[in-house]
Design a protein. Structure first.
Length: 180
């Protein structure tokens, strides 16, 4: 009996290899945390990019159009600006999608709602104009343009519930239409 106790006591007091056991327990957790930081950083970067693209599209669509130019509408200017911003950021513009649900905005002229985006169009960026941005007490209306889109992102975090989960990030921007 004493030999068993002495063997167990020696094993309990032995510290050789403890660092290896601790590292084996902690390193997978640290690795998962680092992967999580990386993938959430990627998602945040893409969200910032599509938000910036929507803002640039709204700004391009709100600028006064050229009176001598033909065939280029404010909606087309907005779409082109969004596409260019996505390409510059090395995002695939063909992955852009209509926001779900589609935005319902008030029309600037009639007071009704603006027709929702054309789901049959090849462009998957929702550009709506003229939309009511605000109305003052004196009754003057501030009209603008709305640009919205969604972009997919897939997390890759092994051994977690987020592994291969696809999320759709939504970005929208509204800008007052310039008249000069």
């Amino acid at each position: 009996m004493t030999s068993k106790r002495s063997i167990l006591g020696r094993l309990a007091s032995e510290v050789r290899g403890a660092e290896i056991a601790e590292a084996a327990a902690v390193l997978p957790l640290m690795f998962m945390i680092l992967l999580g930081i990386f993938w959430f950083g990627q998602a945040f970067s893409i969200y910032g990019t599509i938000t910036r693209a929507a803002q640039e599209g709204a700004r391009a669509g709100a600028a006064p159009t050229c009176t001598t130019c033909t065939g280029v509408s404010a909606s087309q200017n907005a779409f082109n600006a969004v596409q260019a911003a996505l390409v510059v950021a090395k995002l695939d513009p063909s992955k852009a999608q209509y926001p779900s649900p589609l935005p319902v905005l008030n029309a600037c002229t009639s007071g009704g709602t603006v027709p929702s985006c054309d789901s049959s169009a090849s462009t998957k960026v929702c550009v709506e104009t003229p939309v009511l941005l605000s109305s003052t007490v004196s009754g003057t209306r501030v009209c603008g343009i709305s640009v919205s889109l969604q972009y997919p992102f897939k997390f890759k975090l092994p051994f977690s519930s987020l592994n291969n989960q696809r999320i759709l990030m939504t970005a929208a921007a509204r800008v007052r239409v310039e008249t000069q």
